[in-house]
Design a protein around this ligand. Structure first.
Ligand SMILES: NC(=O)c1ccc[n+]([C@@H]2O[C@H](COP(=O)([O-])OP(=O)(O)OC[C@H]3O[C@@H](n4cnc5c(N)ncnc54)[C@H](OP(=O)(O)O)[C@@H]3O)[C@@H](O)[C@H]2O)c1
Length: 271
């Protein structure tokens, strides 16, 4: 991918919009002068202009003028008004990249009267370059545009392309909401550590590094987690005793039920 070749509009400069903007600038996929962020919040516009030296506007129509890529990064409840605003403004060429949770490609195509759409589900670790994005595209998206989408999403961490949209709802339940599951486990572990006597500050440091190290170990060794779990579990030892308690409490089934509930909710939101 050549540097500085994309002209990008961000509709919505909130948490995820800013994460994507930071990644695009860090990886030099676009120059600040070729980026325009539109946001209803004046303080948000001011902040983004000062921090990133990009153009800002309150007008979505203004933002998309002469852009190659239009990123939709507003909350689902704000998308209908954005689509009404932008309908008829997008020429046939620009790529629309939506990160709006739960909104189907068909609704976006219909709402915008535009067929070149990528739908993506990133996650919050994208804010620090360790995101996991699942994405798909309509048949009208060109190979070059897929490359551009891949470069933008790859700039925030890792990305996986799916050729069927149904996988985006599934990924929403696993990697979109997933950081919250990991944080819940971390929270519970910190509380448990405090309850057996470790001071909270030290408990937080122990747990945070342990979660980071475990993820690195999984990625660097390429070993399945079950094998890594067995590696830590000596017969008759401390880990075995703890895992027994997890098993008796139905941990695996609980995780499965939670993911199914999130998947169901993701489908409901898109219907
Ligand atoms: N956070 C996540 O983990 C995550 C993960 C994957 C996908 N997503 C999706 O990413 C999208 C953005 O999430 P976020 O957390 O970045 O939300 P956010 O922080 O609320 O950002 C959205 C921004 O858009 C602005 N906005 C609202 N209506 C607008 C309009 N009509 N035109 C232009 N700007 C408008 C909002 O302003 P106000 O605040 O003043 O309304 C806000 O600054 C959501 O659809 C979400 O589902 C989020």
């Amino acid at each position: 991918m050549d540097f500085y070749i994309m002209k990008i509009a961000f509709i919505g400069g909130g948490n995820m919009g800013e994460a994507m903007l930071t990644a695009v600038l860090d990886k030099k996929l676009a120059a600040p002068v070729d980026i325009c962020v539109s946001d209803v919040s004046e303080s948000r516009r001011q902040y983004l202009e000062e921090h990133y030296r990009v153009a800002v506007t309150a007008s979505n129509r203004e933002a998309v003028k002469n852009k190659d890529i239009v990123v939709l990064a507003v909350k689902p409840q704000n998308l209908p008004e954005v689509m009404v605003d932008l309908k008829g403004c997008l020429e046939s060429t620009p790529l629309v990249l939506s990160i709006v949770a739960g909104v189907k490609i068909s609704a976006i195509c219909q709402g915008l009267g535009h067929r070149r759409v990528v739908r993506c589900m990133p996650n919050t670790p994208a804010q620090v370059g360790f995101g996991m994005s699942a994405w798909t595209a309509t048949g009208e998206v060109t190979g070059e545009q897929k490359g551009q989408a891949q470069a933008i999403l790859g700039a925030m961490g890792k990305e996986i392309y799916f050729d069927d949209e149904k996988y985006i709802d599934m990924a929403t339940a696993v990697t979109g909401s997933g950081p919250a599951y990991v944080f819940l486990l971390a929270e519970s572990l910190i509380d448990a550590a405090v309850n057996i006597g470790i001071p909270r500050k030290e408990a937080e440091e122990l747990v945070s590094q342990m979660v980071l190290g475990s993820a690195h170990l999984m990625q660097k060794t390429g070993k399945p987690p079950a094998e890594l779990r067995r590696d830590v579990t000596s017969p008759g030892g401390t880990t075995e005793r703890a895992l027994q308690v997890f098993e008796e409490g139905g941990f695996a089934k609980l995780v499965e039920d939670a993911v199914k509930a999130a998947y169901q909710r993701s489908k409901e939101l898109g219907s």
